[in-house]
Ligand binder design. Structure first.
Ligand SMILES: O=C(O)c1cnc2c(S(=O)(=O)O)cccc2c1O
Length: 458
């Protein structure tokens, strides 16, 4: 092998986990560098491929605004919009799509009450192949302007040429199988064509595990296919970590559901047990420490958007009042490392880090907030997993990157190791709430003026 002299080390292309953020207006350009941030126009640009058709899965849409972000010569290509709107909102979307003959709408069914179509994914079909983009941002201006959002852009997946499709055969790639499974859950309709496109492209180079949720009461082998039980399965199968039982788990999100009257009902039993899974057979004799990162009222008041940011942080005081125990786990939003302490977080990320803050065992970017609706809740004595919403995210595992190391290196770790570096979206160490800190609640009144001199009276 080549010499490992100093210049070789310095020349070695640093290998980063391909997790990006969205560009933020009015912060220093160095924090919007193309190595760390991307805009919607960049994602849809013809530099990414010669677009033939696209499918946009999301929760909120501004159709004219979205179409304007495609290159001018691509705005009449077939565009499928997968949404969860019903009744009046569905009619509004149909009206908005009316002027665009290339736009088709497909309503995802929501069989269980209070479920939402939260998944945010783009399928981009080019002449040269297929690309998958998974993000946390709605397809509206405000989500791509002054917030901290996550983006994973897949490599360009080449189309199987006729002969090597037979070679690829059943092996395919786990990512392709999981994506196909997810798309099948939508049932027959315009997604038939997109399932075909997925089947025809080689996704073996994906380097992520798909982590999705679909509504239903999942039993048997389906119990481990979705939500936190899928994560438990993946970490039990691939979590080849040494002793990391003392490593803290961090959850970061933009909303919180009703989690039960105390931590033992779901948060620190079922849910944390999945996030703390590894392939070691010894069971956990104590909970790993857990940090829950959710913006304070002060985070929102001083954010670039002011209190308006709180309109995308829908945590209600009715829900909060039932779970005061969360206060023990809360920590502030802080992202000096990426110049985004004032860019209100709408991304959702989960990770497990070493106590010395130099390593991470895994990292998740997903649409899933901290809720049973998103991650699932075990029922009937653990025999079924009940999920209300569609969610989709990606799990990054060290062994999916060509590194001999068992962990990701966090940037603080200046070691010259040739391992992969993971840029977390927030600062370490996390900053626990003080006694004066309050979690943002979107249905309370706040009279201290925000950065724009406004108050919040919902
Ligand atoms: O990104 C999403 O998927 C999503 C979902 N729901 C939201 C709500 S609400 O539907 O929960 O009232 C209120 C404000 C923002 C929201 C949001 O950004």
């Amino acid at each position: 092998e080549g010499s490992s002299s100093l210049e070789d080390k310095s020349e070695r292309m640093r290998n980063y986990v391909p997790f990006l953020l969205t560009k933020v207006r009015n912060i220093s350009g160095r924090f919007n560098d193309s190595k760390i941030a991307v805009g919607l126009r960049d994602i849809l640009s013809s530099k990414m491929g010669d677009l033939q058709a696209s499918a946009q899965f999301n929760y909120m849409f501004d159709i004219p605004w979205l179409i304007e972000h495609y290159p001018a010569d691509k705005r009449s290509k077939p565009l499928l919009i997968v949404h969860g709107d019903q009744r009046e909102k569905k009619h509004q979307l149909q009206e908005e799509a009316e002027p665009f003959p290339n736009v088709r709408l497909f309503q995802a069914k929501l069989p269980i009450a209070y479920g939402t179509h939260h998944s945010k994914m783009m399928l981009l079909l080019y002449a040269e192949g297929l690309r998958v983009v998974i993000t946390t941002a709605n397809l509206i201006h405000a989500d791509w302007d002054k917030k901290t959002q996550g983006v994973w852009i897949s490599p360009l997946f080449p189309k199987y040429s006729q002969e090597n499709q037979d070679e690829a055969g059943p092996e395919g790639s786990q990512f392709q199988k999981d994506l196909m499974d997810y798309l099948h859950q939508y049932g027959p309709g315009p997604l038939n064509e997109w399932r075909q496109h997925v089947a025809e492209h080689d996704m073996s180079n994906a380097k992520v595990r798909l982590l999705a949720s679909v509504p239903g009461r999942h039993i048997g082998i389906n119990k481990d296919k979705w939500g936190h039980m899928k994560l438990r399965k993946l970490l039990q199968q691939y979590g080849e970590f040494d002793d990391i039982d003392s490593w803290p788990v961090i959850g970061q999100f933009s909303s919180i559901g009703s989690l039960g009257p105390d931590k033992s009902k779901w948060l620190c039993s079922e849910w944390l047990r999945s996030l703390a899974s590894t392939n070691s057979l010894t069971s956990l004799d104590h909970d790993p420490s857990l940090h829950l990162m959710f913006p304070t009222v002060e985070n929102v008041r001083t954010s670039l958007e002011g209190y308006v940011a709180g309109g995308s942080l829908p945590y209600s005081w009715k829900t909060a009042a039932k779970q005061p125990y969360l206060k023990d786990f809360f920590c502030r939003w802080k992202s000096e490392c990426l110049g985004r302490s004032r860019a209100s977080p709408h991304l959702k990320s989960y990770t497990r880090i070493s106590p010395d803050l130099t390593k991470a065992a895994w990292f998740i970017m997903t649409s899933a907030n901290l809720s049973k609706a998103a991650w699932g809740a075990l029922e009937k004595n653990g025999s079924q997993l009940m999920i209300r919403s569609y969610e989709i995210g990606v799990l990054f595992l060290p062994q999916d990157f060509d590194t001999s190391e068992k962990f990701f290196n966090l940037p603080e770790n200046q070691a010259e190791s040739n391992g992969v570096i993971l840029r977390l979206p927030f600062d370490l160490p996390v900053v626990p709430y003080t006694n004066e800190d309050r979690p943002w609640l979107w249905d309370r009144q706040y009279s201290q003026p925000d950065v724009h001199g406004h108050r919040w009276n919902p």
